[in-house]
Design a protein around this ligand. Structure first.
Ligand SMILES: Nc1nc2c(c(=O)[nH]1)N[C@@H](CN(C=O)c1ccc(C(=O)N[C@@H](CCC(=O)O)C(=O)O)cc1)CN2
Length: 292
């Protein structure tokens, strides 16, 4: 951009609504009238649910109060179509709270991708139910670390501390980076649609604890990892991303855990990117994930 070119902002609009004619025309016309340029548009018509999904990336002349005006204009149109919608300024990274337990390979991987600018996130805190000494060799780059130990007796109080942290830091996304505590229904509801977990199996196989040991006993030939939104039903939340790798009869549970670490890391990183780029739209028990 030269000195004379006026600054432009880029926004991502996502929407879903009952399907009917005129949705795309309505959105594109309204954006045109606002002086926006549509750079990318993807849509999906779920004929089974009679529901329409769309993701639009557009740029527009930067101006004070622009986001507020866009929200008012799009909100008026959304009301006509009974849309659920989100509008994000791509210049503002998502504020992310990272939760971890003993195993920090996914956490370290996310911090690396953030540090090199690959992931557009703003880590606001790291929470572990284990002490900082367990991760003594990990540089958290000044991100506040919160040791919040938990027992069955203290779970409610510990979750309240997490919730207070979410609110006080303006957290927009909570990532369970191998956080091995089951969130209560209450906290899962408060974080609906903005809490991602990495489960170390190819769901729906091997839910719950120790999935690699379950897989070893079953004699599988593929292991995998699944990133999903967290709900009150353990490991049942809408799936965002998955991947697998081949294993053999000669692999021990420790081999599966070792091979699984790389799958977990890349699946979680992809899911966080999909979420912060607003490519995942909830669709009942499933998700619509637009291309990238
Ligand atoms: N409400 C939800 N909470 C969590 C989910 C979820 O889908 N919904 N995913 C889990 C992660 N997870 C598997 O990926 C998982 C974590 C923990 C357990 C478990 O049995 N935990 C024991 C304690 C284990 C320990 O202290 O080491 C427990 O909480 O009683 C199973 C699966 C994260 N939370």
């Amino acid at each position: 951009m030269t000195r004379d070119t006026p600054a432009r902002s880029t926004f991502i609009l996502t929407l879903d609504c009952p399907n009917r004619p005129g949705i795309v025309a309505g959105i594109s016309t309204r954006l045109f009238e606002l002086g926006a340029n549509i750079a990318d548009a993807q849509q999906y018509d779920d004929t089974g649910q009679d529901r329409f999904f769309m993701r639009v990336v557009f740029d527009i002349a930067a101006a004070d109060g622009l986001a507020g005006r866009l929200e008012a204009e799009i909100g008026a149109l959304a009301a006509q179509f009974a849309m659920r919608w989100t509008l994000s300024d791509t210049a503002r990274p998502a504020r992310v709270l990272l939760l971890v337990s003993k195993f920090d390979h996914c956490l370290v991987d996310l911090l690396y991708r953030w540090r090199i600018g690959e992931l557009a996130i703003a880590p606001v805190g790291i929470v572990s139910n284990h002490p900082r000494t367990l991760h003594a060799d990990v540089d958290f780059h000044g991100i506040p670390f919160h040791h919040l130990p938990v027992t069955p007796q203290t779970r409610a109080a510990q979750e309240e501390e997490i919730w207070q942290l979410v609110q006080s830091t303006g957290t927009e996304l909570v990532v369970l980076a191998r956080y091995m505590q089951i969130l209560s229904d209450g906290l899962a509801r408060k974080l609906a649609g903005r809490c991602i977990n990495i489960h170390h199996s190819f769901l729906p196989g091997f839910k719950g604890a120790r999935p690699y040991h379950q897989a070893f006993e079953r004699g599988v030939k593929l292991i995998g990892a699944t990133a999903h939104y967290v709900t009150g039903d353990l490991d049942e939340g809408p799936i965002i991303e998955q991947d697998v790798e081949r294993i053999s009869h000669a692999d021990t549970p420790e081999d599966l855990i070792r091979k699984g670490r790389d799958i977990e890391r890349r699946v979680l990183a992809r899911a966080v990117r999909i979420h912060v780029e607003r490519r995942a739209l909830p669709n009942g028990r499933k998700t619509v994930v637009f291309g990238h």
